[in-house]
Design a protein around this ligand. Structure first.
Ligand code: SAM
Length: 221
């Protein structure tokens, strides 16, 4: 398998220096509150509940939540993974005070064994950007599991379809984003997310807020 398969690129190519400059206002400020109906405070709270002193964040965007959230220690060890150099740069400079490690990699491609082990792994707003059905994109869970400490937690949020509550504007925007390949969540349902997580973790928690599923999972099977 290529390190950066072409088929995965539409899910991360849209994040340029320019679009990242407006991402926090447009997506995390406006869309989360008014379109997806999950104000960003709830995602910051998800980070606050689950972050550890040794954290891996996959699909880092602007690094907004890593910047806003509170770590359980003052000098956490943070690793950032993303195939998009602009995202890695932006997020790393945002949280430069923690001196994060950066790894340029596609999370759907098998991970390097020497990546090490983490007590928390965050995949916020990543799944709906990954191509394929929920079963296909869940290969991500198989890649990350060997890197999650036994007492570690996987957490994140993802925008769903199926029978979750969606405003007309949410439906329309999802259609546009899916058409461009920025989102690939046409087959993502709460049930399929729960099924794929439960196949791999003993404890799975999913809470819906608007059309966003906030989830955490621990005790890898
Ligand atoms: C919607 S943004 C989310 C950013 C951030 N986690 C947040 O919640 O604001 C999606 C992020 O996932 C990254 N991404 C997309 N496809 C990916 C892949 N195959 N592997 C790893 N990261 C990917 C994008 O580059 C981008 O940084």
């Amino acid at each position: 398998m290529k390190r950066f398969p072409d088929a995965h690129k539409p899910g991360y190519a849209a994040y340029s220096k320019l679009s990242l400059a407006i991402y926090d206002t447009l997506v995390l400020g406006l869309s989360n509150r008014f379109i997806w109906r999950c104000p960003s405070e709830f995602l910051t709270a998800l980070y606050n509940r689950n972050l550890s002193a040794d954290h891996l964040d996959v699909g880092v965007g602007t690094g907004f939540f890593l910047d806003k959230a509170t770590f359980p220690v003052s000098s956490p060890k943070i690793t950032l993974m993303d195939p998009n150099e602009a995202c890695l740069e932006k997020a790393a400079s945002r949280i430069a005070r923690y001196e994060p490690n950066k790894i340029r990699a596609d999370a759907l491609v098998p991970w390097l064994r020497q990546l090490g082990s983490f007590r928390s792994i965050g995949i916020n707003y990543l799944l709906h950007c990954l191509p394929g059905t929920m079963t296909e994109k869940s290969v991500l869970f198989d890649h990350l599991k060997p890197h999650l400490a036994e007492d570690g937690t996987l957490f994140g949020a993802t925008i769903l379809q199926g029978n979750v509550s969606r405003t007309a504007l949410a439906r329309k925007l999802m259609r546009i984003y899916n058409g461009k390949g920025i989102f690939s969540n046409e087959n993502d349902t709460r049930e399929s997310l729960e099924l794929e997580l439960s196949r791999r973790f003993k404890n799975v928690d999913i809470e819906m807020m608007g059309c966003v599923a906030l989830f955490s999972a621990n005790q890898p099977i």
